[in-house]
Design a protein around this ligand. Structure first.
Ligand code: ATP
Length: 491
């Protein structure tokens, strides 16, 4: 059974995943605090992401640029002029609404990339009123979505909280190209906060004002766009696609070789599409039917993106497929922009040529992915609820219980726990019936429950219960670490 958004919100709050920030002051719209289980899940997602994507190439690295950047960066990136949302203000109650979102709710279509004038006309033609008070809506106006900051004692240094992690990689490209022995492709990954003054934050952690992105900027030689040295690894691998030509119809599945031939996408791009899909299907274990790449039309994508496919997951609580990331071929837009404004040449010398590197961006919203993981892995069974996350994503991998709190069982269970804690994310629980303890752990995804019982005192073995099947096996205490390690890595 799938949770609806209210149930997911309740689950996330009550089970320690996430909830609106500053809750005791009534909550702060668009901002979320992660609790104990949510933080562990998020860190694990980030860790897995880091391990997987940095491993795609020996020349991919993680960096940690600043969250706050001076205005010039965003003049160069085009955010000051282009990073705007269409806003329709209610003439009666003053509430500001995302014009494209109210139209989307009303007409059940996507209105991304449509001009303010067109949106105004659509609102008028469809007689759409303020969803809050039914008042008349004013003409749609663009609003800059970045949070401005006044830095310094006089507050005279103009800066912004970054609206995406990407700029931190772009402004650091030249230095890294030199430090890392002038090789391409060069990948700079950033996992960190991004800030956007969203007009209507909604749908829990899928549209927030402060959120985490995991982005990998791959700088490469544009002359090598139609090749990848490890092309053979993916050429027969099938990717799930929803091209513009299929809108309103079904997804299609094509081998990477066919994608290159039929859709005329470059090999360098398609290789990375395949790797992104493998991350979702093989590492996160997302069911195939819930995953697709959606092509954005020229109107829908940012003007600097030459090729743009969103990564989408089907989230029934949000009414269908939703974007959780994107694969963007941005050309030389970013580095040329920074060259112009910083007045520092961004041309590099590589392979006997002087040129500006092109960028392929793999961009992921961590919080949207966390939301998706909870929805996709949560299930209700007859008498229990299970968050069936893969073992390496589960907030806790194991829980240790003494069957009862007496007869030395608790002391022995504590010893087992102390040993396992060194290698696993483990919890100890000795309160309530054993059945209740199992169910509590199942619901937050704990992969194994280890029970120390009276037999343990005689035979030196414990019960290991598997979350998904509830099957139980007996394992000798001295073999526990090794056995559990093997089980975790094979799940
Ligand atoms: P949307 O169209 O949904 O506003 P976007 O296309 O502007 O998203 P990008 O700028 O490409 O998003 O950002 C990359 C990723 O960051 C998105 O795919 C999404 O997962 C995440 N993201 C963007 N905005 C938000 C937000 N307000 N809250 C949570 N995650 C976000």
């Amino acid at each position: 059974m799938i949770m609806n958004i209210e149930e997911l919100s309740e689950f996330a709050r009550k089970k320690g995943f996430f909830w609106t920030s500053s809750e005791i002051y009534g909550g702060f719209t668009g901002f979320y605090d992660y609790g104990v289980n949510g933080t562990l899940l998020k860190r694990k997602f980030e860790h897995i992401w880091r391990k997987y994507f940095l491993n795609l190439n020996d020349n991919f690295y993680e960096i940690e640029p600043s969250d706050i950047m001076p205005e010039k960066v965003f003049i160069a990136s085009g955010h000051i002029t282009n990073f705007v949302d269409p806003v329709a203000k209610c003439r009666k109650c003053g509430t500001q609404h995302r014009a494209d979102h109210i139209l989307e709710d009303f007409l059940k279509r996507n209105f991304e990339g449509i001009t303010a004038e067109e949106l105004t006309k659509l609102i008028k033609d469809n007689r759409i009123v303020c969803p809050k008070c039914k008042g008349e809506l004013a003409d749609v106006k663009p609003l800059v979505m970045m949070f401005p900051l006044a830095v310094g004692a006089e507050g005279d240094i103009k800066a912004y909280l970054r609206p995406e992690t990407a700029q931190g990689a772009y402004v650091n490209f030249l230095r890294h190209f030199n430090i890392l022995r002038s090789k391409l492709p060069l990948g700079l990954a950033v996992i960190g906060k991004a800030y956007r003054n969203e007009i209507s934050p909604r749908n829990l952690t899928t549209r927030m004002r402060e959120f985490t992105q995991a982005e990998l900027q791959i700088f490469f030689d544009p002359n090598k766009l139609d090749e990848h040295e490890r092309w053979n690894e993916v050429k027969n691998y099938k990717v799930i696609l929803y091209p513009v030509s299929q809108r309103g119809k079904k997804t299609i599945t094509l081998s990477c070789e066919e994608v290159v031939k039929k859709l005329k996408l470059p090999k360098f791009y398609v290789w990375h599409l395949a790797k992104v899909q493998q991350f979702y299907l093989e590492i996160l274990k997302i069911p195939e039917t819930k995953f697709r790449f959606k092509e954005l039309s020229e109107d829908e994508r940012a003007f600097y993106n030459k090729i743009h496919w969103d990564i989408e997951l089907e989230l029934e609580s949000l009414g269908g497929f939703k974007e959780v990331g994107g694969v963007h071929y941005r050309g030389d837009y970013d580095l040329s922009g920074h060259e112009k404004i910083s007045k520092e040449s961004h041309k590099i010398f590589f392979d006997n040529k002087k040129f500006i590197a092109h960028v392929l961006e793999l961009s992921f919203g961590v919080d949207r992915n966390i939301y998706a993981l909870i929805e996709l892995f949560y299930r209700k069974e007859k008498d229990r609820a299970v968050l069936g996350l893969p073992a390496n994503l589960a907030p806790f991998q194991l829980a240790v219980f003494p069957l009862v709190n007496k007869g030395n069982l608790d002391k022995l269970a504590k010893d087992v726990y102390e040993t396992l804690k060194k290698d696993f994310d483990a919890v100890y629980d000795d309160s309530g019936s054993i059945g209740k303890r199992y169910y509590r752990e199942d619901e937050r995804g704990t992969f194994f429950a280890i029970t120390v019982d009276y037999d343990t005192l005689k035979t030196d073995d414990v019960t290991v219960r598997f979350r998904d099947t509830t099957k139980q096996i007996r394992v000798k205490i001295k073999e526990l670490n090794k056995t559990l390690m093997q089980l975790v890595s094979s799940n």
